[in-house]
Ligand binder design. Structure first.
Ligand code: SAH
Length: 263
């Protein structure tokens, strides 16, 4: 029995009230994952995210990246964004009213409501689980701080969650934003090819990845472990798993203990 061919994909084109230029300048494809970054330095984006797999996915509209420049929302002739800390002390703090304007602009531009995070050394440590969670949202809005940080009232008012790249202090949130977006975007469907499955990577399975080798078969007197050249898939899988477990036990007793508890 034969079935009539079924068509997949978009069949109807919806009319839009937006002028053509606006659509072309801001071509948000429905369904594309949307990253918004609020920053004093929009020119550093997409940065490294414009290369390789994340760059290709950006060109292919798998995801979109919008920057909201804090300076555009600055106050006065000099478009000031910061002021001295209440109570005194070193440095400058980004003003609440400036941040509010930038956040409202981001909300307006968002295709779907999406959570806002502040990159901050005080935040919860970013990890693979958070990347997976972000990838399952319609997108995320990231607020990059500079100087001493941002006015606390904005974080409280908009219920912004703080996330940290690690226990060290950066000069600004931009590098952290790019790192976290990289980790998230590579988990979106279609970004990694079949060849680069995310399932078996370090931190996806609760284990660190086994060692990798490629040609030449012998280098500086070192051979590739024999089992990998055997073509015996089950033995290779066993070897890799054993290596993963050994590495994790040795290097990350914390991960190993968490795993033992699960079993
Ligand atoms: N005075 C702050 C540090 C400010 S660093 C404190 O002691 O907590 C300036 C900006 O860099 C911050 O506002 C934040 O956006 C960013 N930043 C610094 N370290 C970071 C980290 N580990 N993770 C994410 N963002 C960080």
């Amino acid at each position: 029995m034969t079935h009539p061919p079924r068509s997949h994909g978009r069949k109807t084109i919806r009319p839009s009230l937006k002028p053509r230029e606006l659509i072309e300048e801001n071509p948000h494809i429905v369904g594309a994952w949307q990253a918004q970054v609020i920053t004093l330095f929009p020119e550093v984006f997409p940065g490294v995210l414009g290369e390789s797999l994340t760059g290709k996915a950006l060109k292919d509209d798998v995801w979109h990246l919008d920057t909201i420049g804090l300076r555009d929302h600055g106050v006065g002739k000099h478009r000031n964004v910061d002021d001295t800390p209440a109570g005194g002390g070193a440095g400058m703090v980004i003003r609440a009213d400036v941040l509010e304007q930038a956040i409202m602009a981001a909300k307006q531009q968002a295709v779907a409501p999406q959570p806002i995070f502040y990159l901050s050394p005080r935040g919860v440590p970013f990890n693979q689980k958070i990347a997976q969670h972000w990838a399952s949202e319609p997108g995320v809005t990231l607020l990059c701080g500079r100087f001493e940080g941002v006015d606390q009232r904005v974080l409280d008012h908009f219920r912004i969650i703080e996330v940290s790249l690690g226990d060290f202090v950066l000069t600004g949130g931009e590098i952290a934003a790019q790192a976290m977006l990289d980790a998230t975007v590579r988990l979106l469907p279609g970004v990694l090819g079949n060849a680069e499955s995310a399932v078996e990577e370090s931190h996806s399975s609760g284990l660190l990845e086994h060692p990798q080798y490629t040609r030449p078969a012998e280098w500086q007197g070192r051979a590739i472990p024999e089992v990998l050249m055997s073509g015996h898939h089950a033995r290779i899988a066993d070897w890799r798993r054993a290596q993963s477990e050994e590495l994790t036990r040795e290097r990350r007793p914390d991960m190993w203990a968490a795993r033992q508890k699960q079993d």
